[in-house]
Design a protein around this ligand. Structure first.
Ligand code: AMP
Length: 113
C-alpha cells in the first residue's frame, strides 16, 4: 500500500468527495476547506511537486489548470476564484503529491498568509 494519501484516493483505498475524473486528472473536495468551495485537482500519476516537474510534464500541469477552470465554471464561481500550488515546506506544501487548490465563494485577500 502506498503511503501517499492522494495515491490512496486515486486507487480507491481512501475515501474522498470526488467532483471530477478525467484522463490523468482527478479532483475532490478538501477535507479542511479554506473557502466555501475548496477543491484539489491532482494528476493520477504520482509527482511530488512542481519542483519535480520534467519538461514532459508541462502539458500535465497545463491540464490541471484547465481542469480547475472547468470545475470553477461548473461550481458557479463566476465572480472569480484562486488557484494555488504550494511547493515545498516553506511554500506550505503538506501533501507531497502535486495538486492545485481551487478556492472560491468568498472574497480573497492579498497578501496570502
Ligand atoms: P498543501 O498543504 O498545499 O500540501 O495541501 C494539502 C491539502 O490536502 C490540505 O488543504 C489538506 O486539507 C488536504 N487534504 C489532506 N488529506 C486529505 C484527504 N484525505 N482528502 C481531502 N483533502 C485532504
Amino acid at each position: 500500500m502506498t503511503h501517499c494519501i492522494f495515491c490512496q484516493i486515486i486507487s480507491g483505498e481512501a475515501p474522498a468527495d470526488v467532483v471530477y475524473r478525467g484522463l490523468g486528472v482527478m479532483a475532490f473536495r478538501d477535507t479542511r476547506p479554506q473557502a466555501p468551495t475548496h477543491i484539489l485537482v491532482i494528476p493520477t500519476r504520482h509527482l511530488s511537486s512542481i519542483g519535480e516537474m520534467q519538461p514532459g510534464d508541462v502539458d500535465l500541469v497545463g491540464g490541471l489548470i484547465a481542469t480547475a477552470a472547468k470545475i470553477a465554471e461548473s461550481e458557479g464561481l463566476h465572480q472569480g476564484y484562486r488557484l494555488v500550488m504550494n511547493t515545498g515546506p516553506q511554500g506550505g506544501q503538506t501533501v507531497d503529491h502535486l495538486h492545485v487548490h481551487l478556492l472560491g465563494g468568498r472574497q480573497m485577500t492579498w497578501p496570502p498568509g
